[in-house]
Design a binder for this molecule. Structure first.
Ligand SMILES: C[S@@+](CC[C@H](N)C(=O)[O-])C[C@H]1O[C@@H](n2cnc3c(N)ncnc32)[C@H](O)[C@@H]1O
Length: 259
């Protein structure tokens, strides 16, 4: 049995922890606790709840309005790990500046970043987006088509990236990529970057934008990108989607062939 005196001595320590890490506790509460409660109450997954909100509030065919509706849901109802409006601006600006014709997204989730990119792509461009979770993919498919993008512009590929990347050339007719948005599980960033290199899918000037490299973080990926000599690399410092108080960053890599 812990004596009351020892238990009391822990209270200031616990309070300090709570105050210092309050943003992370709040994130945990919104992303995990609220989700579990709502899952039990509604019997449907969080992503489906978000989609039902979007379908009843957003204007079909208006990608920007669909994005705003997702943001409203995430700020006021439940947390989703979309790229969000703040980091979305960095992604949108890069797509706009580089005008890529062949784009790959790893980690589609509900299709938020997919439609954000698709709306600024140049004419004739094609976006391949890869999602391994069939439930998320089914929602993303509906969101992408609700925004008005057809299969010639956005192709959703269902499966794990490690199985899809080696077949992008033979099964999907991709020769080279101009832009890659990495936003799947962070532990796969380095493996998939090296897979893209091995498959000869990168070319001089290919941009790779990797989300969440500071939170939750992708240290091995960053270290490799900075030290292997194949990339010019900079980190855009920003904050976590829908949480201004938590610092995060997006790594922008530009592929340069080794001499
Ligand atoms: C952070 S969410 C993506 C958010 C999305 N890019 C956006 O901004 O709207 C991560 C997604 O990656 C998917 N994912 C994780 N690892 C993957 C892998 N190896 N291959 C394909 N999808 C993966 C997860 O199922 C999840 O839906």
């Amino acid at each position: 049995m812990v004596s009351p005196a020892i238990a009391l001595a822990f209270i200031p320590f616990l309070l300090t922890l709570l105050i210092r890490y309050r943003h992370y506790f709040l994130l945990f509460y919104r992303a995990v606790i609220v989700r579990l409660i709502q899952d039990c109450l509604t019997g449907i997954p969080r992503e489906e709840r978000a989609f039902q909100y979007v379908i009843t509030h957003a204007i079909p065919g208006d990608a920007q309005h669909i994005l705003n509706t997702f943001d409203q849901w995430c700020y006021h109802c439940e947390y989703l790990s979309n790229v969000g409006p703040q980091k979305g601006k960095i992604l949108e600006r890069l797509i706009y500046e580089t005008a890529p014709l062949n784009v790959l997204e790893l980690g589609t989730y509900c299709g938020y970043a997919t439609i954000l990119m698709a709306q600024v792509l140049p004419l004739g461009a094609r976006l391949y987006t890869v999602e391994m979770d069939p439930g998320n993919a089914a929602i993303a498919e509906k969101v992408i088509r609700l925004a008005g993008f057809d299969e010639d512009t956005v192709e959703l590929i269902v499966g794990p990236s490690e199985d899809i990347i080696p077949h992008l050339k033979d099964k999907h007719g991709v020769q080279k990529l101009d832009f890659v948005f990495m936003d799947h599980w962070k532990r796969f960033y380095l493996r998939d970057l090296q897979l893209l290199e091995e498959q000869d899918l990168l070319q001089e000037g290919t941009r790779i934008l990797a989300d969440n490299v500071l939170f939750p973080g992708a240290p091995h990926f960053l270290q490799y990108a900075k030290s292997c000599g194949r990339y010019r690399c900079k980190v855009h410092r920003t904050s976590l989607e829908y949480f201004r108080a938590i610092r995060d960053g997006m790594a922008e890599l530009c592929y340069t062939k080794l001499q």
